[in-house]
Write a protein that binds this ligand. Structure first.
Ligand code: G3P
Length: 221
């Protein structure tokens, strides 16, 4: 069985920029080597290429666009691939897309050999997204995002129900969960409920010591 994925989203947090971003990536690399658990990062766009060059960890974009050509300010999937990325988030709660856009972005990711992580807000949307056969569906109840209240404690049913719903549509699609993830216990609960990992942001990116938080996140795996 492959390793669970801990995917750290830097969002547009100030703490996720510049030198601080590098320190978080370095911490991810150390903990991944130490634990054998896959730790991916989704840094801000300008960091994608340098991060891919510099760190031995999977790097994901926070968003892609299914476009090519005269589209100023967009993020083509092939550019993300050319930067050396492993994959991309699609339809994050803070970057919602239409269902047609989600399908097009998953298609663009596949075409460019990128993993796709489609974010959803509930089990029904998780099931709908699974129909596009992304690599992962990542369920995150929006009201818990950035709240410090863990989905694993406050709403384990959404994880259980999403896993069931996704596997019914396509057993090959893996499920991540996120929102308020902050400890090894949250990660263990998610895995016990059938998830293949977690999507996490503030508890790592805003931490005084991101390495210590990452070490705790993998501690019960
Ligand atoms: O992308 C992960 C994110 O939306 C969860 O945020 O701060 O609750 O870990 P946070």
């Amino acid at each position: 069985m492959s390793s669970p994925l801990i995917l750290v989203n830097f969002k547009s947090y100030r703490e996720g920029a510049g030198n601080n971003a590098g320190q978080i990536a370095e911490a991810a690399e150390i903990i991944m080597q130490e634990s054998g658990v896959t730790i991916g990062v989704a840094p801000q766009f300008v960091e994608l290429h340098p991060f891919c060059k510099h760190y031995e960890i999977p790097v994901y974009a926070q968003h892609i666009d299914a476009v090519e050509g005269a589209f100023t300010g967009r993020i083509p999937a092939f550019t993300v691939r050319a930067a050396g990325c492993t994959g991309s988030l699609i339809n994050h709660s803070e970057r919602r897309l239409t269902i047609a856009d989600i399908e097009a972005c998953v298609g663009a990711a596949k075409f460019n050999h990128l993993e796709s992580v489609v974010c959803t807000n509930n089990a029904a949307v998780s099931a709908a997204s699974a129909a596009f056969a992304p690599t992962y569906v990542a369920v995150e109840p929006p009201e818990l995002i950035g709240s410090g209240i863990s989905v694993a404690k406050a709403n384990p049913d959404i994880i259980r129900n999403s896993v069931e719903a996704v596997k019914r549509v396509n057993p090959d699609v893996m499920v991540l969960c996120g929102a308020g993830i902050q400890s090894g216990e949250c990660v263990k609960t998610a895995i016990d409920l059938g998830a293949s990992g977690v999507l996490v942001a503030s508890s790592v990116v805003k931490a005084k010591d991101p390495e210590a938080v990452l070490r705790d996140l993998v501690s019960l795996l």
